[in-house]
Design a protein around this ligand. Structure first.
Ligand SMILES: Cc1ncc(COP(=O)(O)O)c(C=O)c1O
Length: 379
């Protein structure tokens, strides 16, 4: 090992950067290839009809439900689509507020706005996930739901969150985009909320490039999700409670998953345990080696056995040290970055300034009192 750090001109500890962190894509193999070719050979890339539909999306949904531990799952086109479908299935829209953690990807808040509701931000705790104690403070007469996000593999404390939600009569929509395969007290993230969302985008633990899933135990929410994702149609009748009852018809979108995506999703799902076991093992090996270094603190993992292991998260004493630490690690060819630039999600300009595509300021114009976001809301 060099006497000097690479940032100071020494020889890097690794001679090339670590491979990119795309866990699902890095284990693509013959299984994914065969599955995609099968769809192409059958000339049936569409889930609902075609000359010889393989039923890959349906098979993925069935296996996903079994795996996560819910009765129903629905393949969709992205994690963002999953959030919009879930919000709409739950009947959330104009005049409603949804509690979102201050630390998350823009899509968690963006989907709420696209659904016509307004996000209210709850602070996080030392796990980097929503602080269950802060949820109640965000509730007012308009609040309909809370959207916990297990950040980068760390499951949320879902028992506490479900308890607060029950007290305030909130619908819980878990946004498990970043943490598919994580567990809390032996149960998968995405099996606690009333309706739950997953992403299969490239950075995620299993991936189809783009794609997503909604999962729930609630038959009515599932049935509405299916219709919302498919133009409001009653196409899938099998096993459904719903009739064509006119009191619950609505216009939907098209967020249908293609058979090509379904084929890859199904094969990736079969590899989920392998991927998370492997990541967890490596992560804890590294964590154990560096745990005694002064100045480095780890975030609290809400359930270490259920950690998906995708990210080792470190907290440094101040911004300057963190900045230099990131530069120094990268110089050693050990990839490291600052999560979301160290900023809460509400500081993203389009959210902070409440800019939507609507010229009248919808949906922020739905409330008598002006909605205000300030930089110091969630310290
Ligand atoms: C927490 C969270 N929610 C939602 C999404 C959106 O997923 P997608 O990119 O599949 O639309 C992401 C993607 O990064 C995410 O991290």
């Amino acid at each position: 090992m060099s006497e000097r750090l690479a940032i100071d001109g020494g020889k890097p500890v690794r001679n090339m950067p670590l491979p990119p962190a795309y866990p699902g894509a890095s284990v693509y193999g013959e299984e994914e290839k065969r599955a995609v070719l099968e769809v192409l050979d059958r000339k049936s890339p569409y889930r609902y009809y075609g000359p010889d539909v393989a039923g890959k999306v349906k098979e993925f949904e069935t296996l996903f439900s079994q795996k996560i531990g819910n009765k129903y799952s629905l393949g969709v086109t992205s994690g963002t689509a999953a959030l919009v479908v879930a919000l709409k299935a739950a009947g959330i829209g104009p005049g409603d507020k949804v509690i979102v953690p201050a630390c998350t990807f823009v899509a968690s808040a963006g989907a709420v706005i696209i659904a016509g509701a307004v996000p209210v931000f709850a602070d996080i705790d030392d796990s980097m996930n929503i602080d269950p104690d802060k949820i109640g403070e965000c509730v007012d007469e308009y609040t309909k739901a809370v959207l916990p996000v297990p950040i980068l593999g760390n499951p949320c404390e879902m028992d506490r969150i479900m308890e607060v939600a029950k007290k305030h009569n909130l619908i819980v929509i878990e946004d498990v985009a970043q943490s598919c395969g994580s567990k809390y007290k032996g149960k998968y993230s995405g099996s606690f909320g009333h309706i739950n969302c997953f992403s299969l985008q490239l950075n995620k633990i299993i991936t189809t490039g783009d794609g997503g899933a909604v999962s729930t135990n609630d038959e009515k929410l599932y049935e509405r999700a299916v219709r919302y994702h498919d133009q409001g149609m009653f196409r899938e009748k099998e096993g459904f409670l719903a009739s064509n009852a006119e009191d619950d018809i609505f216009v939907g979108q098209n967020y249908r998953m293609s058979e090509v995506t379904g084929a890859i999703a199904l094969e990736q799902l079969k590899k989920l345990d392998y991927i998370t076991d492997y990541m967890r093992k490596i992560k804890y090996m590294i964590k154990n080696e560096i745990k005694d270094i002064d100045g480095i603190k780890f975030r609290r993992i809400c359930d270490e056995e259920g950690d998906a292991g995708s990210t080792l998260f470190m907290m440094l004493p101040d911004v300057e040290t963190a900045d230099r630490f990131i530069k120094a690690l990268n110089a050693e060819n050990v990839n490291c970055g600052c999560l979301y630039g160290g900023r809460p999600v509400y500081m993203i300009p389009q959210i902070f300034y409440q800019k939507t595509v609507d010229r009248f300021g919808f949906p922020f114009n739905q409330f008598k009192e002006k909605i205000v976001y300030s930089e110091d809301m969630c310290p």
